[in-house]
Design a protein around this ligand. Structure first.
Ligand code: CP
Ligand code: NVA
Length: 299
């Protein structure tokens, strides 16, 4: 069975720890691995992307593989070809497939019907590729992850869910502050509050994401109204632990979910976090292709 990475829950805490350690090695020596030598990795986008596309495409190249960018609207999928048949065709030509789409069920079906690793490049439900980079950024800043507290302030969305799931595996306490109606479900893990000040108390990192995710545009007006008190600014950051850092997965909307002075200020690690996407995902790709089903049968 190939490895998959659909929500991040596929990783044990030991595997996650090893993967982040490997990411640090790859960050220190970006050209040191040719684990994807000869492998073709398909990257299917049904939604826009800047960071995810750049970091996966460049990461595959650095590992010696070939990234193949696919757009949903250019595939027969868009004309009704089944996911089952698409999975069979992909499995016969490439060694792994990353997908950015809406429904999580699409990834689950691709993984079930194909014979190659499937990894999540963002769905409506999850963004685990982002969470890997976020944990890598915390590890660089603080060392051990176990026992750290991360406060997420904003919409209880895909990014919040992946932080709760993957952060939980790493032993990070994830406290989510959202307005009524926008809470993360309890099953995702972490804790819930409607009060940003309560979430950030003793937090080592304060994190936010956009108020209007891709696919939520129809409710943009009410979202902005409800989320107005959930902005990360210097005043909120001052209530976190001494030395707390500010994180954001980007793209940012300065003046909405984050103030401009925090976005470009001393305490942000946001731009490092964006760079860390590539390093963390390269470690993930090595792991995905390391079980004999992909290019690196001896890895
Ligand atoms: N953070 C993130 O996934 O960015 P993109 O939407 O630009 O890929
Ligand atoms: N929650 C956002 C994340 C973008 C990287 C979205 O889904 O649009």
């Amino acid at each position: 069975m190939p490895h998959h990475f659909l929500t991040g829950a596929e990783l044990s805490s030991t595997q996650l720890d090893g993967l982040l350690g490997r990411a640090l090695e790859l960050k220190a020596a970006p050209r040191s691995s040719s684990a994807l030598d000869g492998a073709v990795v398909a990257l299917l986008f049904e939604k826009p992307s800047t960071r995810t596309r750049l970091s996966y495409e460049a990461g595959v190249v650095e590992l010696g593989g070939h990234p193949m960018i696919l757009r949903g609207e250019e595939m027969q999928l868009s004309r009704g070809e089944s996911i089952k048949d698409t999975a069979r065709i992909l499995s016969s030509h490439v060694q792994a497939i990353g997908v950015r789409t809406g429904p999580d069920a699409l990834l689950e079906e691709l993984a079930a019907e194909g014979s190659i690793p499937v990894f999540n490049m963002l769905t409506a439900g999850h963004h685990p590729s982002q969470a890997l980079a976020d944990l890598l950024t915390l590890r660089e800043e603080f060392g051990a992850l176990d026992g750290l507290k991360l406060a997420y302030v904003g919409d209880g969305n895909n990014v919040a869910r992946s932080l709760a799931v993957v952060g939980g595996i790493a032993g990070v306490e994830v406290a989510v502050a959202s307005p009524p109606g926008y809470e993360l479900e309890p099953e995702a893990g972490g804790t819930r509050t409607h009060d940003p000040a309560e979430a950030v108390r003793d937090a080592n990192a304060v994190y936010t994401d956009v108020w209007v995710s891709m696919g939520d545009e129809a409710t943009a007006v009410e979202r902005r109204r409800a989320l107005e008190p959930y902005r990360i600014d210097e005043a909120l950051l001052a209530q976190a632990a001494p030395g707390a850092i500010a994180l954001h997965c980007l793209p940012a909307h300065p003046g909405e979910e984050i103030s401009e002075d925090v976005l470009y200020g001393e305490r942000q690690r946001i731009w490092t976090q964006a760079e860390n996407r590539r390093h963390a995902q390269k470690a993930l790709l090595e792991w995905l292709l390391s079980d004999g089903s992909g290019a690196t049968s001896d890895g």
